[in-house]
Design a binder for this molecule. Sequence first.
Ligand code: FAD
Ligand code: NAD
Length: 476
Amino acid sequence: MSRGFDVVVIGAGPAGYVAAIRAAQHGKSVACIDEWKNKDGNNAFGGTCLNAGCIPSKALLESSELFHRARHEFKKHGIKTGDVELDLVAMQKRRASIVRQLTGGIAGLLKANKIEGLVGHGKLLAGKQVEFTSVAGTVEVIDAGNVILASGSAPIEIGIAAFDDDKIVDSWGALEFDAVPKRLGVVGAGVIGLELGSVWSRLGAEVTVLEAMDDFLFMADRDVAKVAAKEFKQQGLDIKLGAKVSSAKAGKNSVAVSYDDKDGVQSIEVDKLVVAVGRRPHTDNLLADDAGIQLDDRGFIIVDDECRTRVKGVYAVGDCVRGPMLAHKGSEEGVMVADLIAGEIAEVNYDVIPSVIYTAPEIAWVGKTEAEVKESDRAYKTGSFPFAASGRAKAMEQTSGMVKIISSQDDDEILGVHIVGPMAGELIAEAVLAMEFSASTEDIQRTIHAHPSLAEAMHEASLAVDNKALNFPNKP
Ligand code: FAD
Ligand code: NAD
């Protein structure tokens, strides 16, 4: 006789494991299937985010930033260190240990919530049945009241620069280098290219980033992108825009990369090449032909606003469906779906999903860019405040960047907030909350912000929207 669960989740990344926990909180019997295998051969829950994405990248960003600051900034603070040396083995050990602790934590959470964590491959069959193949190779068909597909995404591989797991690598490979490459090439100046380019540049690599588009950070507000481009240039990141890679050939000791730009064919030689040109939905062997699930032309599972597929009782969440590929977006979808299965009213506010790039300075935004607002034809006003005028930023020796707020002219509603500067990824939370509550600029103006704090820059930017900034000259 086959086993049955109220809810079977396929995938234990931030979308899947969160959905499983919320479903269990609703009193459902839940199984969560995951096949992730780390490079050491061990299986682990947590998906891309915990094993090869958000967490290990932030661990290395933090370590490399401290290394950089110790070498270049401590002197200004009056701290003498002598020679600061890199111990990459210890740095990588710390990264791996954080990943181990957190992925082990997910296994613990599944257990604590009485969720059956199943290690192996899951495949949706017709009639809400799930075929589970364990790592040992045993096959079992499980009956599910509801199925949540949360199979995530995988790096896009381009034929002209195919991964070889040695010299031409994806983001996961670039997180696990055991030596600092002297010359590092990165294809794609997106989020991964900038974050990982920053890590290895701070640790001493000469980094060249090749970006096909002419615009830098095309998805960000132009004012923010301009500041960020200047900062990265000063840090030594060589970002070449309008550079279309035409070939990458790995030799014995290096990779020869050719690209076309406005001046014709160019070439560079690097020791390692990271290809970070986006990610694709991962649905390999996930769906039986008669499972009834539709994919769009880019391979995403088609869902409605409530993450329902066309098969009743089958949902899909996270990177395998439309929308930004962000852990917090996937988790919120997981919560929504579990709540819907329990008969509750639930939704995700797709207009208010924050984006953060964890470079130095950090870049964060929520809502519309100025260009998008302009295009919408809604009359608007803007205000910004530079961190150079913030006492706290000065004390931190981190004065680059600014907060920019865009609000509607008619009812003062906040339409977008864009930050480049210290702790932007933390500061954006205030803007997200404000927008979730449909706050007006005046609401932020009348909110007391602690002094001295970086958050005061948000307060001053809101005042600047109405030419009332106190600590910086207003627009003439
Ligand atoms: P995943 O995390 O990809 O998890 C899917 C899981 O399902 C995997 O464990 C996979 O093995 C498993 N699976 C798939 N198919 C099957 C199957 N048939 N049977 C069993 N198991 C299966 N996002 C942020 O928000 N902030 C960040 O700072 C950030 N940094 C990132 C840094 C890097 C280098 C990368 C690569 C990504 C980063 N992301 C970040 C993106 C983030 O990792 C993803 O958006 C997030 O992991 C998506 O969650 P998910 O649960 O949808 O999928
Ligand atoms: P991305 O979409 O952010 O950037 C890819 C870049 O590569 C784009 O700028 C694109 O124009 C460029 N590109 C595409 N093809 C190219 C080519 N042939 N030659 C040169 N450039 C080319 O993708 P990513 O950086 O790979 O990241 C993947 C996903 O992971 C993103 O959707 C992102 O949301 C997520 N992620 C998020 C974070 C974060 O939230 N901090 C960090 C890392 C990754």
